[in-house]
Design a protein around this ligand. Structure first.
Ligand code: AMP
Ligand code: MG
Length: 420
């Protein structure tokens, strides 16, 4: 009788288990807003003022009382001049104020006439003639229309990006409380790996390859807001792997490894993690990316225990490593940092190719949008072909055993969702 093969864990189930183990980071630091790009807010930012603070003009022109300016041809006396940065005085019947974009509307005025709709009276230079009637409220930006005083404009857990930094500055914030960056140790396993720069291509020994995973994983982790310690390449030996993991677990929130997590005799990552801690997930039903491991290395024994050191073992094949990072490590790091922005959502787009022989695992194909609004497929979807991730601008999600015909609509995620 043949032994039943345990089905692999579906990706969604693996992610749910991983997220259920996440204990979000708590340590907070104050940084200059200048330096806060990409950081995660650890406070609710609210405003102590209305933005804009006063009603002001969105055009260069003349502030008027609309009641005086019901008809084209109205003649008004220009009695004041209000550049941005100053403020005017009460406007009375028959009067207008020369006004420039951003300047506050003077009391009494309730509309702005664009300078293009006004002629100066050649006989009397301090008089204007309107060539259009004015409607109350026109070209006025209302106080508080951007931000109302007292309102939370950026909630705790917001990942700060350029627009968020601008908004915080608009309410006067030059410093922000942010979460400490996750400390992540990155290591590569594989005796075949050579670091670029150490051996020239012409001098490489047969069987050796350059370590590409280390470069993109480091960059991906940095884009996820992490402080990365690069631990280099670990030999394919259980004891060496255990030594590195054990040491790194003392000072890091997460260890990410690539390679050595499969079932070969040279794959020592899984037994090393099991010897040091707990493995919660191992192998998932996705392609590329089956050999993925998640666990923790110094299981906290009490409630008060320090943050655990999590472990993510990514596959060695470069595309598998890349795709599992996006699908698994990225949401894990978002949860670890308590990020409140929604996870990337998929677009529905038609494929402009056939995919007649689907895999029985859920598959993420590297595709590129075309000018017809459809998706083209990179011809070689092998998990070792990193060119597919460079040529492609995103992934599509193909359900287990789902064949695709030209025109079928699929879920597509642009890489930019994860990389911003
Ligand atoms: P492994 O998971 O260790 O069995 O590795 C699977 C495949 O990925 C092998 O062909 C390895 O040579 C390759 N590989 C592993 N690590 C890396 C790396 N850091 N950069 C490029 N290729 C790698
Ligand atoms: Mg290996």
């Amino acid at each position: 009788m043949t032994k039943a093969v345990k089905p692999l864990m579906p990706l969604d189930e693996a992610c749910a288990i991983i997220l259920s183990h996440v204990k979000p980071l708590q340590a907070v630091e104050s940084v200059a807003s200048w330096d806060a790009d990409g950081r995660v807010l650890a406070e609710d930012v609210s405003s102590e003022l209305d933005v804009p603070a006063l009603d002001n003009t969105s055009m260069d022109g003349y502030a008027v009382r609309s009641i005086d300016a019901q008809q084209s041809g109205t003649r008004l006396h220009v009695v004041q001049r209000i550049p941005a940065g100053s403020h005017g005085v009460m406007l009375h019947a028959g009067q207008a104020a020369r006004i420039f974009t951003g300047a506050p509307i003077p009391p009494g005025a309730d509309a702005v006439v664009m300078q293009e709709h006004v002629a100066t009276d050649p006989a009397q230079h301090d008089h204007i003639v309107l060539n259009q009637a004015a409607v109350a409220g026109q070209w006025i930006r209302r106080a508080g229309e951007d931000v109302a005083k007292g309102v939370v404009i950026l909630p705790k857990g917001t990942r700060l990006q350029p627009a968020e930094l601008g908004l915080a500055a608009s309410v006067g914030r030059d410093r922000l409380k942010v979460l400490r960056k996750p400390r992540v140790a990155l290591l590569s396993t594989g005796d075949e790996l050579i670091m670029p720069g150490t051996v020239a291509p012409a001098d490489m020994k047969p069987g050796t390859i350059y370590n590409s995973n280390r470069y993109f994983l480091r960059a991906l982790l940095q884009r996820s807001g992490c402080e990365v310690s690069d631990l280099g390449i670990v030999a394919d030996q259980k004891q060496a792997t255990m030594d590195v993991l054990s040491q790194a677990s003392e000072t890091h929130d997460l260890i990410v490894s690539s390679g050595g997590v499969s079932v070969g005799e040279e794959d020592h990552v899984k037994p090393a993690v099991q010897a040091l801690g707990v493995l919660h997930v191992w192998q998932i039903a996705m392609k590329p990316g089956k050999p993925l491991a998640f666990g923790w290395l110094n299981k906290p024994t009490t409630k008060a225990a320090a943050q655990p050191c999590y472990f993510m073992g990514l596959p060695g094949n470069p595309v598998s490593s890349y795709v599992t990072y996006l699908c698994v490590v990225w949401p894990f790091l978002a949860a670890l940092q308590g990020i409140v922005q929604p996870a990337p959502s998929a677009f529905s787009l038609p494929v402009h190719f056939d995919w007649p022989r689907p895999d029985k695992r859920r598959e993420f194909l590297r595709v590129r949008r075309n000018v017809q609004g459809g998706l083209d497929l990179f011809p070689n979807q092998s998990s070792g072909v990193l060119t597919s991730a460079v040529w492609g601008d995103g992934l599509i999600d193909v359900a287990p055993a789902q064949a695709l015909r030209h025109g079928d609509v699929v879920s597509y995620w642009p890489f930019s969702h994860w990389l911003s």
